[in-house]
Structure formats: C-alpha cells, structure tokens
Design a protein around this ligand. Structure first.
Ligand code: MN
Length: 241
C-alpha cells in the first residue's frame, strides 16, 4: 500500500513549505524566473487506485474522469499557485494580498487533501468496496455511535444536508480516540481543530449531478456500496501512531 500515507502527508507538506530562507527566495525572484517553485512542494495529482469505470454502476466513468482529471487537478493547481504567491510575499515583504492567498491555500489545500482521501476510501463493489466494516473498526463504530446503522444514518444525514457544496465526513480525534461525524462546506469550512478526516463523501454537484441530477440522497445511498472499509481503518491506524 505505497499510497496509504500520501493523503496524510499533504497537510504536513503544506506546513513545511513555508520554511524557506527569505534571502534565497529573493535571489530567485530577482533572477526573473519562476524558480521560487523549485523550493516549494510541487503538489501532484495522485493516480486513481482503480480504473475510471471501476465504481460503476454507482459512480459513472464520466463523472470519475471529470472529477479526478479536471476538478482535483484544479485544486492542486490552485494550491501550488497559492503557495508560490505566499513565498513571493515572504521574499518581497509585500503582504497586501495575504488574506486572498491564505484563503486560496486553505480552499485548494482542503480540496487536494479531501479528494486524495476520497479516491482511496472507495473501491469497486464486491472487490474491497461495500458491505459493513468488520473487526476493530466495527467495534469502534458501535462504541462511538451505538450501532453501525446509527452511524450510517448520521453520516448520510450529515452529507445530505450540507448547505451548498461540501462533504460528509468521518473524523478521527486522537485526543480521546473517538470517531465523530462532521460536515464541511466547500473544502474546509466548519471543521474543528484536533481531528482528521478518515472517510468522506463529496457532495458537490460535480460529484453526482451527471448521473443522479438533483437526487443527492440517492447518490449517498448508492455510495455505501463502494466504501473501502479496510482503507478507512488504515487511515485511523495511521493517526493512532
Ligand atoms: Mn469534488
């Protein structure tokens, strides 16, 4: 599972990219070239762990093509751009657009992180996707939500009722070893500190409208057939380390 840790590293990479010496940055910018990017993390689009049509009939090939190749790629482009502009601000001392680029970094960084997770917590139905969680994950869900059905109902309701574009999310909170269900608006709003998404469903219209039109609830119900519970458990274990 070489990609298992990648989405968890995105946040750390975003943080680490700000540790540049200003004089080095300034020298690069004065050269008139975009070498500033060479000193930063260049975020890249991770490949899908399955074929574009692997999640059919629950998510169509065309949705997956557009979602991965256009939308996710767009967030990565936006994140790279924002981090480059923040590096430029450090180099020049011009922080007049700090709010603008900080917001862009949060939005696009959130999009990159969540989509990187999203592809991995799905798998073809019957081939790693669907069914119920087993073993320790099932016990943890039952402990924290009462039952799997109660968890599923809360998660589905959270996803269905996101106002506008966003996500239904399952977070792991290391401080008390708990699972919690949350919503995110856009890619990052409403999220508290101290917990990390380990599972999520994208409920932006681009995630389902081509196939399900306005029926978000039908998309969410179908999505349970392709949840990769083993990956969800691995995501929790990574955070427990
Ligand atoms: Mn999306």
């Amino acid at each position: 599972m070489p990609n298992r840790r990648n989405f968890l590293k995105v946040g750390a990479a975003v943080m680490a990219s700000s540790a540049l010496a200003p004089n080095v940055m300034a020298a690069n910018i004065e050269s008139g070239q975009e070498q500033v990017s060479g000193k930063l993390t260049e975020h890249k689009l991770p490949p899908l762990p399955y074929a574009y049509d692997a999640l059919e009939p629950y998510i169509s090939k065309r949705i997956m093509e557009l979602h991965h190749d256009k939308h996710h790629a767009g967030y990565i482009k936006g994140l790279n751009k924002a981090e480059k502009e923040l590096a430029r601000a450090r180099a020049t001392g011009d922080y007049s657009l700090i709010q603008y680029w900080s917001r862009k970094a949060a939005f696009n960084g959130g999009g990159h992180f969540l989509h990187s997770m999203f592809w991995k917590v799905m798998a073809p139905a019957g081939k790693g996707g669907g069914g119920k969680p087993k073993g320790e994950l099932l016990k943890m869900i039952e402990r924290d939500f009462g039952s799997f059905d109660a968890f599923k109902a809360q998660f589905s309701a959270a996803a269905k009722n996101v106002e506008g574009s966003g996500w239904g999310l399952l977070h792991y909170r290391p401080a008390d070893d708990r699972l919690i269900v949350l919503q995110a608006e856009n890619q990052q709003k409403l999220s508290p500190w101290g917990s990390t998404p380990v599972m999520g469903i994208d409920v932006w219209e681009h995630a389902y409208y081509l196939q399900y039109e306005n029926k978000r609830a039908a998309y969410i119900e179908a999505w349970w057939n392709i949840v990769n519970w083993e990956q969800v458990w691995q995501n929790i274990l990574e955070l427990r380390k």
